[in-house]
Design a protein around this ligand. Structure first.
Ligand SMILES: [Zn+2]
Length: 259
């Protein structure tokens, strides 16, 4: 390993790095372990969540705000993909227990805010935050990183292993993208057979083996590393600004009439 130690990344930090400063804001990336079409790795969401968190921490530190990125949770909620090999599911109730323990671990150490940096659509973290916020003084916030930047960067951002995620991995971990584009699936997906679901009157979880062909949702083939770099940079910039705000926010007055 020739990489330098990354500032603000807990798995790289020593005891001395950590105890020398206060850390008002902490990032906890939530990933997943699941197939991503035929061209992206199972760890796509975990890789992207970890990398965005590390870059946000670095940018915050450069701006004078201490932000610590925790190791990513590598498993996500994948209850409707379990017939796909090596998809590893954790239940929302397991995530709740894990998050409660992480919050309790942080509480004695001066952390003001914990940002859940989500990278997987199946991780619906709001219910967890609604349950846990009343019992902790730590301010809890959620950022779905892929929603933090402009999708207009892409022809069609896509939903799962589509252009957005493919471009982001081409930028962050190009060695993990299948090199021959002709082997990439086109990411087409099947609509629900129920009109109420198609029209948005109702929502039902998708049975992935019925809803998709190659596990992808969204055509990845227009993805470029340049678009991935631009999108990730914009997301990092916006999440950094939010974390810097949060570091000095007053938890007793987070809502007030506009100035
Ligand atoms: Zn993904």
């Amino acid at each position: 390993m020739t990489q330098a130690r990354r500032n603000g990344v807990l798995s790289d930090a020593t005891f001395d790095d950590v105890r020398r400063d206060a850390w008002p804001v902490v990032l906890l990336p939530f990933g997943a372990t699941e197939p991503h079409n035929t061209h992206l790795p199972y760890g796509t969401d975990t890789i992207l969540g970890s990398e965005v968190a590390a870059r946000v921490a670095a940018h915050c530190m450069a701006a004078g705000t201490n932000v610590m990125a925790l190791p990513a949770v590598p498993f996500g909620v994948n209850t409707t993909q379990l017939d796909l090999p090596f998809t590893i599911n954790v239940m929302p109730s397991t995530q709740l227990a894990l998050l409660r323990d992480v919050i309790r671990s942080l509480e004695p150490h001066g952390v003001r805010a914990l940002v859940l940096l989500n990278a997987h659509g199946g991780n619906e973290l709001r219910a967890l935050v609604r349950e846990l916020q009343p019992s902790t003084p730590i301010m809890l916030a959620i950022v779905n990183w892929w929603q933090a930047a402009d999708h207009a960067t892409f022809e069609q951002a896509g939903d799962h292993a589509g252009e957005l995620e493919t471009a982001a991995i081409m930028h962050v971990a190009p060695h993990l993208v299948a090199p021959d584009r002709h082997t990439w699936g086109d990411g087409r997906s099947n609509p629900s057979t129920l009109e109420g679901v198609r029209r948005g009157v109702a929502w039902m979880p998708r049975r992935w083996t019925q809803a998709t062909v190659d596990t992808g949702v969204g055509d990845p083939r227009a993805a470029t590393a340049e678009n991935g770099a631009a999108f990730v940079a914009q997301a990092v910039e916006r999440i950094t600004a939010f974390c810097c705000e949060l570091a000095v926010a007053d938890p007793s007055s987070l809502w007030a009439p506009a100035p």
